[in-house]
Design a protein around this ligand. Sequence first.
Ligand SMILES: Nc1ncnc2c1ncn2[C@@H]1O[C@H](COP(=O)(O)OP(=O)(O)OP(=O)(O)O)[C@@H](O)[C@H]1O
Ligand SMILES: [Mg+2]
Length: 273
Amino acid sequence: MSSVATARLLPAEETTPAPCADTRPVKLRVTGVSVSFRMEGVQRTVLEGINLECREGEFICLLGPSGCGKSTLLNVIGGFLTPTQGQVLIDGQPVTGPDPRRIFVFQERGVFPWLTVEGNIGFGLQHLPAEQRRQRIAHYVEMVGLRGFERAYPSELSGGMKQRLEVARALAVNPDMLYLDESFGALDYITRHTMRRELLRLWTTEKKTILFVTHDIDESVQLADRVVVMSARPGRIQRVVDIDLPHPRDISAPRYLQYRDELLDELGVAHKV
Ligand SMILES: Nc1ncnc2c1ncn2[C@@H]1O[C@H](COP(=O)(O)OP(=O)(O)OP(=O)(O)O)[C@@H](O)[C@H]1O
Ligand SMILES: [Mg+2]
């Protein structure tokens, strides 16, 4: 039997809620979520019957083709969109709107161009006494490798540095959940790899629960505890795959490649081009 056969590869209907030997408390529970939009007089179902459970401290990747509803699902979980049906609970409480304890990270969108690196990281920390605020800013500047650039404006930073700044800004307010929507998609190959490593380091040290939206199979195998594979029109959960590989992950190891091939098959992508 191949080692990948030990991965939990389950049909969607068996993920209600996702069976899990994990004893960590359930952080997020999505139950029966469907979303429909009315467009040009026609009701279109974008998400249908989404059930998902996420444990505290888990790193989950939502993976699927463009338009399958990944951002819509993240918006529902983040409280920006009320689902047509179903419910989202975080720590057992219904999500009724955006919550400052849960932070979104987009590609560059969260960085304020008129504020310096320090100003951006300190933006959500106005309530803290000055010295504590200064220390918190310094801690996150250091953590994301921006020492020496404290007084720089975003226009003076590279794309990768801006992205790290955005992650630092999000983490500085000490959120309990992080939602990342294609956050590294626009970065070049090398910076993307660096950012993934950086995020994993932050995840390990800060122990956040992370939902990471991507359409990049490699990204999902490199990062996730579990990959939630979505299908399109309407968006459904097609498979949930446990990535049973320790970090740091060797991206040329046979088991890594087996997971990647499994997900390529799952998404119907040819292995050869
Ligand atoms: N406010 C809206 N009104 C109408 N249709 C919408 C709205 N938001 C999203 N949709 C539709 O829902 C579907 C899913 O969109 P969504 O942005 O969630 O996809 P996605 O998986 O994030 O795609 P991508 O990978 O390209 O970002 C699309 O067909 C989109 O046109
Ligand atoms: Mg999207």
